[in-house]
Ligand binder design. Structure first.
Ligand SMILES: Nc1ncnc2c1ncn2[C@@H]1O[C@H](COP(=O)(O)OP(=O)(O)O)[C@@H](O)[C@H]1O
Ligand SMILES: Cc1ncsc1CCOP(=O)(O)O
Ligand SMILES: [Mg+2]
Length: 266
């Protein structure tokens, strides 16, 4: 895993433009659609139980995000997720707010039991809760971890059988054995609702074209983080940053990634 691989995946993503099927929340759904396009993929949001399994057949990846979950939506997620598993379509799960309420925590655990999830992408608090290692979540925000971030992410990966992508100032991507740390990103990304959801959409886009979900997830967080760094350089505040974040991901080239990726395999 190195900068060259990130660059090659971005090229492959732009050449193949996979469809990324989302079942996601109502707060950031439009941001997720547009960041998917800026990454190089094509979004579709389809959540009715009558079509969610059918739609996933055309997709390169499925992103499940529980940010504004309700029981019917979770059933649609299970139908789509099981069909994705049958078809070999990788599933990305964003456990938004897991730990904040029992409904959220239980929905995530049920999806993890019934669907083979390729990448579990959460903030530090959410991953700490799911690892059973003392994460704290208020609303949808991480209030931090009790222990070491790498050990927490590894424990979560081993407990859930997924690649865990735990976002923070330094992102930790791990399958429980291999660990990649991603240093790209900017604190402005924490001043805006939706950057975690968008990170999941970008992970879905990269995982659709990657042979290895760990490599796809790490490359996605490098690309998104690097776009955030470029965006912060010209932003006056959170909302001009938001606009610039889309533009800078759209403008990001494989050469940028090769030169500017900050990742460490530990
Ligand atoms: N302090 C920070 N410095 C750099 N990047 C950050 C920082 N906080 C968050 N990010 C980036 O913002 C994105 C969203 O992460 P995070 O804020 O942890 O998720 P969520 O919005 O789900 O809480 C990730 O790509 C992460 O790398
Ligand atoms: C504010 C809010 N409430 C439910 S979903 C959501 C958006 C969360 O977005 P993110 O976790 O990406 O900041
Ligand atoms: Mg955030």
């Amino acid at each position: 895993m190195d900068a060259k691989i990130c660059a090659a995946l971005l090229s492959r993503l732009r050449e193949t433009r996979p469809l990324v099927h989302h079942i996601t929340n109502t707060v950031t759904i439009n941001d997720c659609a547009n960041i998917t396009i800026c990454a190089g993929a094509a979004p579709v949001m389809a959540e009715a139980a009558e079509e969610s399994a059918e739609m996933v057949a055309a997709a390169g990846a499925l992103v499940l995000n529980i940010g504004t979950l309700n029981p019917a939506q979770v059933e649609s997620m299970l139908l789509a997720g099981k069909r994705a598993n049958e078809l070999g379509v990788p599933v990305v799960l964003d456990p938004v707010g897991a730990g904040a309420t029992a409904l959220r925590t239980e929905a995530v655990l049920r999806i993890l039991r019934e669907v083979k999830v390729a990448v579990l992408k959460g903030n530090a608090g959410e991953i700490g809760v799911l690892a059973g290692m003392g994460g704290k979540v208020r609303g949808v925000d991480s209030c931090g971890l009790a222990g070491d971030p790498v050990e927490t992410a590894k424990a979560c990966a081993l407990a859930t059988g997924t690649v865990v992508a735990m976002t923070d100032e330094t992102d930790v991507v791990t399958d429980g054995n291999r660990v990649v740390l991603v240093g790209n990103g900017h604190v402005m990304m924490d001043r805006l609702s939706g950057t975690g959801c968008m990170a999941s959409s970008v992970v879905g886009s990269f995982v659709a074209v990657a042979d290895d979900p760990l490599v796809g997830a790490a490359a996605a967080l490098v690309a998104f983080g690097r776009a955030g760094e470029h965006a912060a350089a010209c932003a006056r505040g959170p909302y001009s940053f938001r606009t610039a974040l889309f533009d800078e991901l759209y403008r990001l080239t494989p050469e940028d990634l090769e030169e500017e990726a900050r990742l460490e395999v530990v």
